[in-house]
Design a protein around this ligand. Structure first.
Ligand code: DP6
Length: 392
């Protein structure tokens, strides 16, 4: 049997602090505005993908989380075609190999059902693994962008900007690192997964309706985002948490205001999401300074950015207001935390609040800013020597 050429990569999730919402080109996935996100450590959440090609593969095939999916997916095909086009140009792969079919096997280590940014990690992982298989040089974020816009930011670690670009062919629309993952080493992220299973309009369809109907989106793109991008980058360079947090919360709020200004309106935040936002403002007020920021994507889950020193207090406050009946290891995952036992002394007004009924939150994840995609060794391959998924 021939030895298959095979590559396995893990890639991170990213959470935007300046949101991408609205495209100027649907097929190339070109955004109306630039955006900035933090890349999260793959230790807690990641996608993992193995890719291989062979003369013996009779067709292109893809397995996601153990289930074979159709390859008839325009975004998937666009990514593969662009990788092959560049591989042909760069000439490291033989013309025969460029014709071989591929097998792709991918898994997420976090529940996709939770509505966490799984497409960003998934497409970043797909493109990073294919790019290694086809030995591509140069920036690959503009390929990942063609899978899912936000995926281009998962190609780099630290804080990352997706430059909107203005060319029609999209060649100037790619991600660049603002600072690496060590620059603001104290930064932590708490993800609060809200219990709610209502089907929401996906990002792709939602943003189309916003572009077609929201006046506020036009103002946001032309008048608001450019200054915010410049200001939040400066705050990140200076490790100025207050400015970073204010802009992050304001931008999340404006994104959801655009959603409500869309017609018919897009309602992504739930009652619990609003209660979390309210709690964060109360914590900052009682603490006498801004110690934590929230941001919400196209769903009800909250993502909190905060510094390491404040995690014990903020998490104690969250746990007080949103109690759980679950046991600790299924409810809380990620970097261990010893809760602050002085909650009552430090944030007395929060302790006086009547807690929510138990289990408004499904689970919480504690993570930090991390690095971009990483190649793993043969021990991690998800495809066996025959090119088919190994049992999970
Ligand atoms: C609210 O990248 O999922 O998370 O490009 O259509 O695949 P497509 O959309 P997607 O949109 C993400 C929107 C967001 C904001 C953000 O991540 O910047």
């Amino acid at each position: 049997m021939e030895t298959l050429r095979m590559v396995t990569v893990v890639a991170p999730v990213n959470i935007a602090v300046i949101k991408y919402w609205g495209k100027r080109d649907e097929n190339l996935i070109l955004p109306l505005n630039g955006s900035i996100s933090g890349t999260l450590s793959t230790n807690q959440m990641c996608a993992k993908t193995t890719v291989s090609f062979s003369r013996n593969f009779t067709r292109n095939r893809i397995w996601l989380n153990g289930v074979e999916e159709t390859f008839e997916n325009r975004r998937l095909i666009n990514c593969l075609n662009e990788v092959r086009r560049r591989a042909k140009e760069q000439g490291k792969i033989s013309p025969e190999e460029l014709e071989y079919n591929v097998h792709i096997c991918s898994v997420n280590n976090f529940p996709t059902a939770a509505g966490l940014a799984s497409s960003a990690a998934g497409y970043a992982c797909l493109v990073a693994s294919l790019s290694k298989l086809y030995q591509l040089d140069g920036d690959i974020s503009s390929i990942a962008r063609q899978g899912s816009g936000s995926a281009c930011r998962s190609i780099y670690g630290g804080f990352v900007e997706w430059i909107a670009g203005d060319k029609n062919d999209g060649t100037d629309s790619c991600a660049v690192q603002v600072v690496d993952s060590n620059h603001w080493n104290e930064m932590r992220v708490l993800i609060l997964v809200v219990s709610e299973n209502k089907k929401k309009t996906g990002s792709t369809a939602g943003m189309q309706t916003s572009v077609a109907t929201s006046e506020l989106l036009k103002t946001r793109v032309s008048q608001v985002v450019p200054k915010r991008l410049a200001d939040i980058k400066q705050a990140i360079y200076n490790k100025d948490f207050k400015t970073f947090a204010d802009i992050t919360m304001q931008d999340s709020n404006q994104f959801h205001a655009v959603c409500l200004d869309t017609y018919p309106p897009l309602v992504y935040m739930s009652e619990v999401s609003h209660a979390i936002s309210d709690l964060i403002h109360q914590i900052n007020e009682e603490a006498g300074k801004t110690i934590v920021a929230y941001t919400f994507d196209a769903g009800p889950n909250a993502c909190l950015y905060l510094l390491e020193e404040h995690v014990p207090l903020v998490l104690a406050a969250v746990n007080h207001v949103f109690p759980t009946t679950q046991n600790a290891d299924t409810y809380f995952t990620g970097i261990p935390v010893t809760l602050d036992s002085q909650l009552e002394k430090k944030l007395p007004k929060i302790v006086e609040r009547t807690p929510w009924d138990p289990n408004a939150l499904r689970y919480t994840v504690h993570t930090k800013i991390g690095e971009g995609p990483k190649e793993l060794t043969a021990a991690d391959h998800l495809l066996g020597a025959n090119g088919h998924p190994t049992p999970m």
